[in-house]
Design a protein around this ligand. Structure first.
Ligand code: UDP
Length: 369
């Protein structure tokens, strides 16, 4: 059959946009559709009074991979933003990630040797050799004091589950340092696209046919008929009509406010770690781009249970869901004309650089075989 497109890309987030760009560059006929009324998936920014508001949660680009850094920089310059979140816990403000500033704020120690001794005492007291869950992982990394002040309540609020029932990989993301360095990430490259993330998506999709407000699964028969291959970036279980059951997610709710003040909190990200505060963090978006406006926009981020009526943000990668995912994956791998990729299709807690890497890998498999 003579189909109009070589590839129909379902979902215009980073996986889909990178794949679309690479296919288009190779002379393929490509169309990108998105269920939402805008492109960009969860990195989409809404311009509110001249401030780029990270509509689906704060996104800070970071990578250790020079090729990925060069890749994104061909589309848009990045600014020099370094993520240095603060944490407000039990009446005090702490620096993150756990570094000499945090240790000074907690224990009044400012000599790295003293801190190393104190930290290993704290860790040894817990006596954990082989950590089996997030709580044990955290205790074996930083001990009880830090765990109880900065990790336990935040984590349980964020995930809605006891830390003993959460996988340890979540906390491995947090570095521990014996320098006065508040950079949240260890990666060599970091920043925010100048002018916002939409610039990155627009440049990736430049020249490509795009359409928003289109629900692929509701129009599957027709849409399959217009392209030889589908790149599907939606939820993998939904693609298969939840045949084996639902994959679980954690959702978020955002409350955004425009304030008639120049500087609300002096930092882009402040975490609120105590369990009696219902939100996990306040984002002041202008600080991502060193904004000098006379007003500001802030967003309170509330974790919430997920159901089908809510946005699926964080996959719950526990044993049950992972084995469910594997069953779907097996079915997906047997489909000749569909490529599954991205956070929802791969059911992974992905950072942006990892999604780009995953998409470029799919591109390689598709075009360099
Ligand atoms: N975390 C914590 N205290 C904090 C910040 C993070 O315990 O003040 C833990 C928490 O378990 C969280 C994980 O570290 O789920 C990863 O946090 P991060 O902010 O890096 O993740 P994001 O939600 O931004 O993907």
């Amino acid at each position: 059959m003579n189909k109009k497109f070589d590839y129909l890309i379902v979902g215009s987030g980073l996986f889909g946009a990178v794949f679309a760009h690479e296919a288009f560059k190779r002379g393929k006929k490509v169309k990108v559709i998105d269920k939402r009324n805008h492109l960009g998936g969860n990195i989409y920014c809404q311009n509110i009074d001249g401030i780029q508001v990270h509509k689906y949660g704060a996104h800070i680009f970071h990578t250790n991979d020079e090729n990925i850094w060069k890749y994104v920089n061909q589309f848009v310059p990045f600014n020099s933003y370094i993520n240095s979140p603060l944490a407000f816990a039990k009446g005090k403000l702490y620096n993150l990630p756990f570094n000499m500033n945090t240790f000074y704020q907690l224990w009044g120690l400012f000599n790295p040797k003293d801190v190393e001794v104190k930290l290993s005492e704290e860790i040894n007291k817990c006596g954990i050799i082989d950590p089996k869950n997030l709580e044990e992982q955290a205790l074996s990394l930083v001990g009880k004091d830090i765990y109880e002040t900065l990790i336990k309540e935040y984590t349980e609020k964020q995930w809605g589950k006891p830390a003993t029932e959460l996988p340890s990989f979540i906390i491995k993301r947090l570095p521990v340092r014996f320098t006065f360095d508040n950079n949240y990430f260890n990666d060599r490259f970091q920043g925010i696209p100048v002018g916002g993330y939409n610039r990155l998506i627009d440049a990736l999709l430049d020249g490509i046919d795009t359409e928003t407000g289109i629900d692929y699964l509701k129009n599957r028969i027709h849409l399959n008929s217009i392209a030889h291959k589908i790149v599907y970036c939606g939820k993998i279980d939904e693609y298969f009509d939840y045949e084996f059951g639902h994959l679980a997610y954690r959702s978020l709710r955002f409350e955004t406010e425009i304030l008639n003040t120049q500087n609300f909190q002096g930092n882009a990200v402040i975490n609120y770690n105590d369990k009696d505060v219902p939100f996990t963090r306040i984002i002041e978006h202008k600080h991502f781009e060193f904004g000098t406006q006379s007003h500001t926009v802030i967003t309170r981020e509330y974790p919430q249970n997920w159901d089908l009526s809510k946005e699926a943000y964080y996959p719950i990668n526990d044993e049950h869901n992972q084995s469910l995912y594997k069953r779907y994956r097996l079915k997906a791998d047997n489909l000749q004309n569909v490529i599954f990729g991205g956070r929802l299709a791969e059911y992974r807690y992905y950072d942006m650089h990892q999604i780009i890497a995953s998409s470029l890998k799919a591109v390689k498999l598709e075009f360099e075989k």
